[in-house]
Design a binder for this molecule. Structure first.
Ligand code: GDP
Length: 418
């Protein structure tokens, strides 16, 4: 199926901004790693007894090896994170499934869990789930198995369950997007704990609202809390179940305008996270259920196929439009928040190592200069000794000559007398 393949390749997806930036910064850290290790080898060569590098220089440079390794580890695991919130049954799991082009999370009545589900790419090609803080991997092949496993595992309220799914099955997972499904904001009063535990590092928040009713106080409160803890969070609002509007077409525009105005007002005036104009770009009227069905059919997955309601194509296009804007937003935000920090640290490390090498180089230069000066002084001393020796020798020679002459003179005089 051509359309699926194009979708899975995803070469022009805005997520590539993040994917490419991640590759680039990883490559740079490989170079920094080499540089630091070379510096350590050099320090070893010039330290020790009579060496120019002190043990302190040595330790200083060596400490960067583990620092660089730690950053490289973090970099490998860096991802883009989106968290979904809303009241129970608004369709959070269905939205996630539609975005992943497959039924991965259990949805519908009987599957409400009070834990957080984090869907992420699996490093092996297997699907498995794992509870936070526990190493055990539980293989899951299907949604129903996952649903059963979630019910069977005794989970603490608000715990986190990782669902690892083969990367090549979903473009989003392959491009390092992690999706977090939450219990409905109506089921627990522990909003603060949630935000602290699972949301502080989210790049984007999606509020899945029900287009059949108006935004609820509980939903609004949750985002009020979020915006006190995170400066300028990126929030999208999905008015889901918009397929319901098809049954009352005469009111559709009116209802849509009413919902849209309230959402714009909420984001721009209440939360003050963006301007009214920006807010308009963050609000969508969709049907996750239809989007998921359309995609399951595209992948030739067996689905019960009810006839989709009037206007389903328009709603589907709006869903695709949401995904595009979401991808742009999440990749730019993640690059800014995650990589800016790494590149600052990389620059500092390279600068520090260079300073340490500079210091050793300067010491070596000073020592060389001192040696040359010493040689010069020695040379001067030798020359002066040499001069003195020449003078002494000459004087001695003169003296001896004179002595010889005087002796000779005396002997001649004695001889003549005789
Ligand atoms: P969650 O509790 O927010 O995760 O909600 P679910 O995704 O489990 O959805 C609850 C129920 O609503 C399921 O039976 C879905 O099939 C249904 N549902 C989800 N999205 C839509 C939609 O856009 N239109 C309609 N008609 N039903 C939907």
């Amino acid at each position: 199926n051509g359309s699926v393949r194009v979708n899975m390749q995803n070469v022009d997806s805005p997520l590539q901004i993040f994917v490419r930036a991640k590759k680039k910064i990883n490559d740079i850290f490989v170079e920094i790693d080499d540089y630091v290790k070379d510096a350590v080898t050099f320090m070893h060569a010039v330290s020790g007894e009579n060496g120019i590098a002190t043990p302190q220089d040595m330790g200083n440079v060596e400490s960067y090896v583990s620092k660089v390794e730690a950053i490289r580890e973090v970099l490998k695991r860096d991802h883009m994170k989106v968290a979904f919130f809303g009241r129970t049954s608004n369709g959070k799991s269905t939205v996630i499934n539609a975005m992943l082009h497959d039924k991965i999370l259990p949805s519908g009545i009987g599957h409400t869990t009070n834990c957080f589900l984090q869907v992420e790419g699996s490093d092996t090609n297997e699907a498995y789930m794992r509870t936070e803080g526990c190493e055990e991997k539980l293989n899951v092949q299907s949604v129903s198995q996952l649903g059963h496993a979630l019910c069977a595992t005794r989970l603490q309220e608000c715990s986190l369950v990782h669902v690892h799914w083969p990367r090549e099955l979903c473009a989003l997972l392959r491009d390092d997007v992690v999706l977090v499904d939450s219990p409905g904001v109506d089921v627990t009063p522990n909003l603060d704990t949630w935000i602290d535990k699972y949301c502080l590092d989210a790049d984007v928040f999606v509020l899945v609202a029900n287009a059949e009713s108006t935004l609820m106080v509980t939903e609004k409160n949750f985002f009020h809390k979020v915006s006190t803890k995170i400066s300028q969070p990126n929030i999208f609002i999905l008015n889901n179940r918009w397929d319901a509007s098809a049954s009352e077409p005469e009111y559709m525009e009116q209802v849509r305008t009413q919902h849209a105005n309230r959402c714009v007002d909420f984001l721009s005036r209440e939360l003050r996270v963006c301007s009214p104009k920006e807010a308009e770009e963050r609000i969508f009227f969709i049907s996750a259920k239809e989007a998921l069905l359309t995609r399951m059919r595209d992948r030739e997955k067996p689905v019960s196929s009810p006839i989709l309601a009037e206007g389903h194509q328009v709603r589907y296009f709006e869903f695709v439009d949401f995904e595009r804007k979401f991808e742009e937003c999440i990749s730019q935000s993640a690059v800014r928040t995650k990589f800016a920090q790494h590149s600052r640290r990389g620059k500092n490390i390279a600068g520090d190592v260079m300073a340490a090498l500079d210091r050793v180089y300067n010491i070596a230069t000073e020592q060389k200069a001192a040696k040359v000066e010493k040689q010069r002084i020695l040379h001067e001393q030798l020359s002066s000794i040499e001069e003195q020796l020449t003078t002494i020798t000459r004087q001695m020679k003169d003296k001896i000559n004179r002595m010889v002459e005087s002796v000779e003179h005396k002997t001649t005089t004695v001889h003549n007398k005789n």
